[in-house]
Design a protein around this ligand. Structure first.
Ligand code: PEP
Ligand code: MG
Length: 328
């Protein structure tokens, strides 16, 4: 099966009835871009920049500075040769600690993680923003911000990006002045206040790993509750569909970059909801592509609409499985 899949590498990704779909890769380090290309990724949908920091876990003085970060981001951009690279700003805390003492300890997943940490450490954040902007001079870069919930967090982030831009401009350092800026949609409250996001930003990326954790109140790293972690919970499906539709209405691209996007059992369901961009671990790209090539949107759309109205987990599971078995 692997051999057959590898034949799909250069096949354009589109549904059986001709709608183009974008398949991107999630990476942790710049070198992961090679596997992304080998598996036919059309870009990087999620560069988890915190891994550059986690590998140095320890004290603040050993964290990667602007030059080291710039070299890493630039390397990814250069390897991808003109394909977009979506760099997410630091998402540390909770399940991704970097060993410095300044995190919330009581309930780290609900504590000072990700953008909350960055806004509390403006120097560290500005350093990263400058490094990302500088990399954008070498190819298409998109800037993605994790864990946004409040309007003021979006506004402060945008203001810091402007500050980084004007510093670089004054220093005559090149960057893309129109770099697209997007939000991770991964806290349920964001979904019920989406206009706050669509008004201010250029794209949305749904982080289903955290979205499911926060919606179902299940610690994503706690094995005791892993069996309750169900992506097919009707509330989750409703939330995904809400974001996809709101994005389309506002004219903003929406992708999913959580593990859900790489699960071939979910591909047709997500296509039927209207999702057109997926980002996943490179090893999943060709399997998901095969699902897409055999899927007919015309058939899927009405079936998925019905699934969204079912409301009963067993019925949903059966219907999703049936949709998966549909011939092309
Ligand atoms: C997510 O939350 O779904 C996501 C893609 O980000 P991470 O897994 O890095 O938190
Ligand atoms: Mg997340």
């Amino acid at each position: 099966a692997l051999k057959k899949l590898s034949k799909l590498k250069k096949t354009p990704t589109m549904t059986h009835d001709g709608t183009p779909i974008t398949l991107m890769a999630n990476i942790e380090f710049p070198d992961d871009c090679n596997a992304a290309l080998e598996n036919g990724a059309s870009g990087i949908g999620l560069f988890r920049s915190e891994f550059l920091f986690m590998s140095k876990a320890g004290d603040m003085s050993r964290l990667p500075g602007e030059e080291e970060q710039f070299e890493a981001y630039k390397k990814a951009v250069v390897i991808m040769r003109g394909r977009p690279v979506t760099i997410r700003t630091l998402d540390i805390g909770a399940d991704k600690p970097i060993g410095i003492s300044d995190f919330s300890v009581l309930n780290p997943a609900l504590g000072k993680r990700a953008i909350r940490f960055c806004l509390a450490e403006p120097e560290l954040f500005l350093t990263q923003l400058r490094a990302i902007l500088r990399a954008s001079a070498f190819g298409p870069v998109k800037l993605l911000i994790p864990m946004l919930v409040h309007a003021f967090e979006i506004d402060q982030s945008l203001a810091m990006i402007e500050q980084a831009k004007s510093q670089l401009k004054a220093e005559k350092v090149k960057f893309d002045p129109n770099i697209p800026i997007g939000a991770m949609v991964e806290v349920p409250a964001a979904i019920f206040a989406l206009s706050m996001f669509t008004r201010r930003l250029d794209f949305l990326s749904i982080g289903t790993n955290d979205l499911i954790q926060y919606s179902l109140a299940i610690d994503r790293v706690d094995p005791e509750v892993a069996h309750l972690y169900n992506p097919l919970h009707p509330a989750i499906l409703t939330m995904l569909s809400t974001v996809i539709r709101a994005g389309a209405k506002a004219g903003l691209p929406v992708s999913i970059c959580g593990e859900l996007a790489g699960d071939p059992a979910m591909t047709r369901l997500l296509l039927g909801m209207g999702l057109r961009e997926f980002s996943m671990h490179s090893t999943q790209l060709l399997t998901v592509k095969q699902e897409i090539l055999n899927a007919s949107l015309k058939e899927l759309a009405p079936r998925v609409k019905r699934i969204l109205s079912l409301g009963e987990p067993d019925a949903i599971e059966r219907a999703v499985e049936k949709v998966r078995q549909l011939p092309a």
